[in-house]
Ligand binder design. Structure first.
Ligand code: AGP
Length: 630
């Protein structure tokens, strides 16, 4: 996700901005930029009120050279006049609009006197852009963010009594998530900040005021922090902080002190990135849904780049992916077939490439990849295109290789995932694929609008349910401690529980290096049950998704052979609990959406066992975050 840094006051404004951007690099970015209010030393304004005062100007620099962007910014900044009064900076993780200098923040209004940086998603950016363009504003980027700075400009032109009031007026028009900072020539010492969903923290000293997306960017600058809450607006001036609600009601900010070092701060206080990213899953799911699922029950996947007419002509879907992305595809296959009544084949990408699959113009081949660079999947999609198929990619990285070659793209919005094991990107992938399944059903008319609305309601409820599951790490750790010395693990599931079992086994293998296999529970008696003996740990997906009785029959088979039984069960389901040695509780949800919630305890279980065995959960042995070899 994007990173924001801002500062006013003191004589190190530019250094704080550049250093803060460098500290935000770990969040991942593709471009960066900064804006400064500086005193122009080339002339002195002669004005009755400002006799002898050098004019202030707004200076901006941007770079879209990936991880070299900050170096380029620093070089450009050597040319900025001094002294610098205030500044805002931004590292961009593209969501709307490809990585480019033109899309990099800060964005300026028409006059070039106001600058804004933003982290989040402006849901109604399209309608606001149309309104602003119609009123004569010139929008120059592909981003959702740019509408904000023009709304501020319009509010000032309409008589807003200052920058803070203009930002309030602008944000009253905005729907979606934002953390933003605004700078303007006319109030050169003022940084106006506001947040909704996306985080912002303020740091204060007696002579400066700092703002950042997270504490790491400000560590060492101050130890007095104020975390802004949702729908709050802050006015930062040198040594002064005023906080109000977006409606303008005063708020008494509460200071917090932080003893973290830089590494701990980047993990937001978590022990490692994997646990931080597991806890970011509710937001990853919510952001993937944002501005695509509308209250009136319709879906808008307008970034697909293929029209509904093309989707209506599809007579078969093929999903190709690797690892956890393959499991996400398998989880969504059930929903896609049930809702859209389309045959859905799914294949491991490295197999798909070489088996001369039956694919033609009527086939939609869906590539699923968090990195968008996995060569097995990339080559499989090229093979699909060679055979005439339409290719759609579900990806977490804007402008990744696969997205540039695809006919259509559906981005997950999990933000950068630093842990090698896929967690939040996996949940975001399932969510995006469910949205695609619903879109196909709507286009093909195979679901009534009323049913779609009900399903959208269930989707909207997912982030909270994922949050409940994520917050049960201690309970899962207690279960992991019970079986910490086991050496053989079977994961079982039926229907949508089967790919959840596969993902649970993969997580355990890649994090704790233990022998684990996932099976469809009905397959046990066809061989795998020979593996079961006293001490074998069997983990089953036993949520109420319609095949519970059959699942319990399989559980009885392995129990009678001495296995230790751990079951994922819906909250309050004491009947299932009575059949298990331990339970991993999850909230109930629609059966076809249940993998998004049911997989969480398996992530936590693998994480807990790996930690108990003393392994590095962020960088497991032999694994890479992006597999660019065949
Ligand atoms: C999952 O935890 C692993 N890191 C791995 O299986 C991964 O899912 C697979 O390599 C696919 O990666 P991709 O999503 O970037 O294509």
């Amino acid at each position: 996700m994007c990173g924001i840094i801002a500062v006013t006051g003191g004589d190190e404004v530019l250094d704080v901005i550049l250093d803060g951007l460098a500290r935000l690099e770990y969040r991942g970015y593709d471009s960066a930029g900064l804006a400064l209010t500086t005193v122009r030393d080339d002339a002195t304004v002669v004005d009755s009120d400002l006799e002898g005062v050098a004019p202030v100007t707004l200076w901006r620099a941007r770079a879209a050279d990936g991880t070299r962007s900050l170096d380029h910014l620093a070089k450009q900044a050597e040319g900025a006049s001094r002294p610098v009064r205030a500044g805002i900076g931004h590292t961009r993780w593209a969501t709307h609009g490809r990585p480019s200098e033109g899309n990099a923040h800060p964005h300026l209004d028409c006059t070039g006197r106001i600058a804004v940086v933003h982290n989040g998603i402006i849901e109604n950016h399209a309608e606001l852009a149309a309104e602003l363009t119609g009123a004569g504003h010139r929008l120059r980027s592909e981003t959702d963010t740019e509408v904000v700075v023009h709304l501020v400009e319009a509010a000032l032109a309409a008589g807003a009594p200052g920058l803070a009031a203009a930002v309030r007026a602008a944000l009253a028009r905005v729907r979606g998530a934002f953390a933003l900072a605004v700078l303007a020539v006319d109030e050169p010492d003022l940084v106006v900040a506001a947040r909704r969903v996306s985080p912002l923290v303020v740091g204060m000293t007696s002579s400066s005021a700092f703002l950042a997306s997270d504490i790491p960017a400000l560590l060492g600058r101050t130890d007095r922090f104020y975390v802004l809450d949702d729908d709050q607006l802050a006015e930062l001036r040198p040594g002064s902080l005023v906080v109000t609600t977006l409606d303008g009601d005063p708020v008494e900010p509460v200071a917090t002190t932080v003893e973290w070092d830089l590494d701990a701060a980047r993990k937001d206080g978590f022990d490692d990135f994997m646990s931080k990213e597991i806890h970011e899953q509710p937001t990853a799911v919510a952001n993937t849904l944002l501005d695509r699922v509308h209250a009136d029950g319709h879906l808008v996947l307008d970034e697909l780049r293929v029209g509904h007419d093309v989707l209506a002509g599809i007579d078969k879907v093929f999903v190709v992916a690797c690892g956890s992305s393959y499991h996400a595809g398998l989880m969504a296959k059930y929903a896609m077939e049930h809702w859209a009544r389309l045959p859905v084949e799914i294949d491991i990408a490295s197999e798909f490439r070489y088996r001369d699959p039956v694919v033609d113009e009527g086939t939609l081949v869906v590539g699923v990849s968090q990195s968008g660079e996995t060569v097995d999947t990339l080559q499989a999609l090229r093979e699909a295109k060679r055979k005439g198929a339409r290719v759609l990619v579900v990806c977490n990285v804007v402008d990744a290789s696969m997205t540039r070659e695809a006919d259509a793209v559906l981005y997950t919005r999990a933000g950068p995932e630093i842990g090698v094991a896929a967690t939040k990107t996996h949940l975001a992938q399932i969510t995006a694929l469910l949205l695609l399944a619903l879109t196909l059903a709507q286009v093909r008319g195979t679901l009534e609008d009323a049913d779609v609305r009900l399903l959208l309601g269930d989707l909207h409820a997912l982030p909270d349910k994922v949050g409940l599951a994520v917050d049960r790490g201690d309970d899962v750790l207690a279960v992991a401690e019970q079986v910490r010395d086991a050496s053989a693990f079977l994961f079982l599931g039926r229907h949508v529980g089967y790919p959840v079992a596969l993902e649970g086994a993969l997580k355990l293998k890649e994090l704790s290096y233990l022998r684990a296999e996932g099976f469809p529970a009905g397959e046990l008696k066809h061989g795998p049950i020979a593996l079961v003996e006293p001490g074998t740990v069997v983990l089953g997906v036993a949520t109420r998704t319609g095949l519970w009785e059959k699942m319990m029959a399989n559980v009885a088979e392995v129990r009678s052979r001495g296995a230790t039984i751990v079951l994922v069960a819906n909250d309050g389901d004491e009947e299932t609990a009575g059949l298990a040695d331990a339970v991993l509780w999850v909230p109930a949800t629609h059966p076809l959406l249940s993998p998004v919630v049911d997989v969480v305890p398996f992530q936590l279980f693998a994480y807990a066992l790996a930690r108990l065995h003393g392994y590095d959960v962020d960088r497991p042995r032999n694994l890479a975050k992006v597999v660019t070899v065949e």
